[in-house]
Design a protein around this ligand. Structure first.
Ligand SMILES: NC(=O)c1ccc[n+]([C@@H]2O[C@H](COP(=O)([O-])OP(=O)(O)OC[C@H]3O[C@@H](n4cnc5c(N)ncnc54)[C@H](OP(=O)(O)O)[C@@H]3O)[C@@H](O)[C@H]2O)c1
Length: 280
């Protein structure tokens, strides 16, 4: 029976897709832009057009679907999660595995935490069995630094704020395990294996690349302006305030990846080694 993936053209969803394909699972990918998705996804993936913000587009995508990976992004995520969770219930879907964020517990009064907590509620109330996966910051956010790393100077805020960032492949492995059952009704908070600060991340990048890369602290207002060039202002404000509010929580190292997958989570050094060409 088919597994429908949302977010399959994005960071986590693409890793989930690859791992399910490797396991021989029948998958279908929902995207707003099937032509673009066809250039990003492996040949032979069943791609279906649809928009989480348009409930009428969802029943066709859910036809014959038994399990769903639900990922939404941005200020409308609670509405989008509710749209898909309710359509899935109507379509007879048996299990939803939804991506949320540690922000739902670390910063429940902030915008990001609220968006995710509201989305989680919609998933829990829809009817099908559910698992909620709550990762902390992604190691892959460092890809935003690639041009700066190539130029030899990374400018970023929160120089010494350590966070136990997690490899999206480990998030995907937890999602895939939850997809097979055994974690129904569970909220799974996830971290990587160690807390590391932005300055320490840059030192790891320099070490793996074997050339100097400097870290320069950026004030929050400058960081806000830089992020606003590529993200909506509401999202920028939500991300920066969650990062400032979470403080020491972000350094918690959680046992979930090992407990759920039987494998230690990958280190940031491992992630850099596996993506080093992007930084050269
Ligand atoms: N980055 C972090 O450090 C971090 C940490 C914790 C949690 N999170 C959460 O992770 C999620 C983002 O995951 P990601 O980085 O893997 O995503 P991403 O790479 O930003 O990609 C977003 C995905 O969502 C899909 N999407 C967006 N709007 C859609 C809509 N209206 N209808 C259908 N699909 C839609 C896009 O598909 P198409 O464009 O193909 O339609 C794309 O596949 C967010 O909820 C974020 O809050 C992020």
């Amino acid at each position: 029976m088919t597994i429908l993936l949302t977010g399959a053209t994005g960071t986590v969803g693409r890793a989930v897709l690859r791992q399910l394909l490797d396991a021989g699972a029948p998958v279908r990918a929902l995207t707003r832009d099937p032509a673009r998705a066809a250039t990003l996804l492996p040949d032979g993936v069943d791609v279906v057009g649809g928009d989480l913000g348009d409930p009428d587009s969802l029943p066709a995508a859910l036809d014959g679907v038994e399990r769903v990976f639900l990922l939404s992004a941005g200020p409308q995520m609670a509405e989008h999660d509710a749209n898909l969770a309710q359509a899935a219930a109507k379509a007879g879907v048996r299990r939803l595995v939804a991506l949320s964020s540690l922000a739902a517990e670390e910063d429940p009064d902030g915008a990001l935490g609220r968006w995710h907590a509201d989305g989680e509620r919609a998933v829990r109330e829809a009817g099908p069995a559910w698992t909620i996966v709550r990762p902390g910051g992604f190691m892959s956010n460092a890809l935003d630094w690639a041009p700066a790393v190539r130029a030899g100077v990374v400018r970023a805020p929160f120089r010494d704020l350590r966070a136990a960032i997690v490899d999206p492949r480990d998030i995907a492995a937890v999602v895939v395990a939850a997809m097979s059952g055994g974690h129904d009704g569970a909220v799974l908070p996830l971290s990587g294996p160690a807390a590391i600060s932005p300055a320490e991340q840059v030192a790891v990048l320099a070490d793996v690349l074997d050339r100097p890369v400097r870290f320069e602290e950026l004030g929050v207002p400058e960081a806000r302006a830089a992020m606003a060039r590529r993200l909506p202002q509401e999202v920028v404000d939500a991300v920066l305030s969650a990062r400032a509010a979470a403080g020491p929580f972000r350094a918690r190292v959680l046992p979930t990846v090992l407990e759920v997958t039987g494998r230690e989570p990958r280190s940031f050094r491992q992630w850099v080694e596996d993506h080093v060409d992007t930084f050269r």
